[in-house]
Design a protein around this ligand. Sequence first.
Ligand code: AMP
Length: 395
Amino acid sequence: MITINDFNFKDKKALIRVDFNVPLNDKLEVTDATRIEAAKPTITKILKDGGSVILMSHLGRPKGKEEKFSLKNIVSKVEEILEQKIKFVSDCIGSEVETEIENLQNNQIILLENLRFHKEEKEGDIEFAKKLSKFGDIYVNDAFGTAHRAHASTAIIAQFFPKNKCFGLLLAKEIESINYVLNNSVKPVTAVIGGAKVSSKIEVINNIMDKVDNIIIGGGMAFTFIKAEGGKIGDSLVENDKLELALEILAKAKVNKTRIHLPIDVIAADAFSNDANTMIIEANDIPDGWMGLDSGPKTNVGNAFVIAGSKTILWNGPLGVFEMKKFAKGTRELGYAIKDATLEGAFSLVGGGDSVAAVKKFQFADKVSYVSTGGGAMLEMLEGKKLPGIEAILN
Ligand code: AMP
């Protein structure tokens, strides 16, 4: 895999696609700077070589030039993290940008305005990509969060750098971690797949089935499997059009000798609320009017046992409605188990929007081996798809 470590950036302008799509609060302050911090090693290496850096990113889903999606809102945070002043330019193409880039000196950084202020970015417009490509000598893709999109700055642009294109350190690490878990890992391998819907994770389960030893299925999606097997799930979340598919997955797992672990017991509630009445009950015997919102104590012990016996762990999706205190225990205890296994030498990879939020909420982020920065991109890699942003560098 070709990375920035294969280049010397002395006197070179590096055009880096970063993923600075960070959350902002009402005052337009950055509330989670993980993605900016994650891009720092790449930027530092290029500056250390004696090169200069042009950063390009999107922020949110703007309809035209909306102030709240301007990257100027994140300038002070980027400066704080990179520990140096940066130059912000109020567009990402055009004469002002060209002048600033001509004047750019080694060791300096320019941040371009939100790429998505131009609709050509998402359209993957080749002329727009060509204009951007003029700004740098070497193209670096370090944006895992958008690697599954064939946008102008993430994939289309790479063709204008036939020899001078590479992965940043973050993107390289993301690819390595996922490939390691799926293809080269130490056994036993356990995947924990949770979250709301089976439909969003079916491709993942199908693709990882013959690569892992155990799959712990939790969260709302478990009830589709339990109902398919004839269990009573009360008012729990269910996708009735996926019952057959759930049975097919269970049958395929049997053939593959992949052990599927469904919840044995749950915390059931009489309303989808933190103030609901709750009870612990068998996962396949939930009365009408009640819904399973978290894994129960027997399930949590069972999950911890499986995790303790694993050498490689992949976690995607929470085991309950962890946003509500009453239904956070299953997800939290799973986090503890993964933390302990990691301390014992297992490799643990956590990824996919809500599990990352859970890991942060319960402060496990530095206690697992790797936390992925890309939700959708990670899911697509786990589904076995080729990501345009990665292919564009490899080909
Ligand atoms: P996903 O985006 O598919 O990973 O789903 C994450 C969401 O699933 C979180 O917001 C959880 O609150 C929700 N979730 C987890 N377990 C359940 C459950 N038993 N019932 C309803 N929602 C759940």
